[in-house]
Design a protein around this ligand. Structure first.
Ligand code: FMN
Length: 192
């Protein structure tokens, strides 16, 4: 059976560079791996009250989409030296109700990008901190910080640089190896 890879993009804006980068990344997945883009821009702001009452329909749909996923790719820009609030909101929604986190045990890949030199380094590491708590084994190497994405991605949304495509392929190959090593979703080791 094909492996299902959820792709969560940290930017919600039209013409997002992160979205274009994610499109390029998933085109490098090998046969037997299906990418499924999960939208986060329609999710009401998380409120713990919704765990027990008036749960927004969008929460249920979001969680259902992630339940039978084998692994998750996160592609994110940086907002004020962290990852965007919309992505944090999505992570919080998926992590609850208590004990029913849809993230638990799923291998993750973090790719950050920025139009500047720093390539979303802080966003990347803040996200890694959250994924540690969510018990998501995250690819360590190669690390994926992609700089100057506005110059790297052409008007058709394609990466115009062979070296970068090779680098992205090496990231995808390493991530696939990580997924294969873990097999299917880990048995939950922690309850949260
Ligand atoms: C509110 C806001 C804060 C930002 N803060 C940072 C930042 O701290 N570091 C950085 O490198 N870029 C920062 N940027 C620039 C974006 O990360 C950059 O333009 C990115 O490529 C946009 O990605 P997107 O097209 O996927 O939305 C910021 C942009 C916005 C809108």
């Amino acid at each position: 059976m094909n492996k299902k890879i959820a792709v969560v993009v940290g930017s919600t804006r039209k013409n997002s560079l992160s979205q274009s980068l994610a499109n390029n990344l998933v085109s490098l997945l090998p046969e037997g791996y299906d990418a499924k883009f999960i939208k986060i821009d329609n999710l009401p702001l998380y409120n713990q009250d919704y765990d027990s009452e008036d749960t927004p329909e969008q929460y249920e749909t979001f969680r259902d989409q992630l339940r039978d996923i084998d692994a998750v790719i996160f592609v994110t820009p940086e907002h004020n030296r962290s990852y965007p609030a919309a992505l944090k909101n999505a992570l919080d929604i998926g992590s609850r109700p208590y004990g029913q986190s849809v993230w638990n045990g799923k291998p993750a890949l973090v790719v950050s990008q920025s139009t500047g030199n720093l390539s979303g380094f802080s966003a990347n590491h803040h996200l890694r901190q959250t994924l540690t708590f969510l018990n998501m084994p995250t690819l360590q190497q190669p690390e994926a910080y992609i700089a100057h994405t506005d110059k790297l991605i052409d008007e058709h949304g394609k990466i115009n640089n062979e070296g970068t495509v090779k680098f992205l392929q090496s990231i995808i190959d390493a991530f696939v190896e990580l997924i294969e090593r873990y097999g299917v979703t880990l048995t939950p080791k922690a309850t949260f």
